[in-house]
Design a protein. Structure first.
Length: 121
């Protein structure tokens, strides 16, 4: 769940090639993220993800709202939160009463990111 095309491309490049061969599905706003993960509306045939990469700053419904909604509907996969900074709204995540499996700051470092994603296989 990422709305920045550059960050999407970077994550795809980091996760493909080598011994990783994931199928990557991208949604660009929080509302579509919920629909994808709950298989609602246009996403009724969406596959269950093995790992969810979630940007906190999404249009229509931000990442924190997605986390709360997912927690209420029973999360289906580990969640890695992608954070653009340690300042501002990102710090509110600590006040939200939901669990995340990992939190990574952007910009992402390729090997660290791959290792983190592999840890949830």
């Amino acid at each position: 769940m990422e709305d920045n095309p550059g960050d999407i491309r970077l994550a795809e490049e980091m996760l493909t090639g080598g011994d990783l061969d994931p199928t990557i599905h991208v949604v660009t706003d929080g509302s579509d993220a919920i629909d994808f993960l709950t298989r609602s509306d246009e996403y009724t045939d969406a596959p269950r993800p093995d790992v969810i990469l979630l940007d906190l700053h999404l249009p229509r419904m931000d990442g924190e709202e997605v986390l709360i909604e997912l927690d209420e509907k029973a999360r289906c996969a580990p969640v890695i939160v992608l954070s653009g900074s340690q300042q501002g709204a990102d710090l509110k995540l600590d006040d939200v009463e939901v669990e995340v499996d990992a939190r990574v700051e952007k910009p992402l470092e390729a090997e660290t990111f791959k290792h983190l994603v592999r840890s949830f296989e």
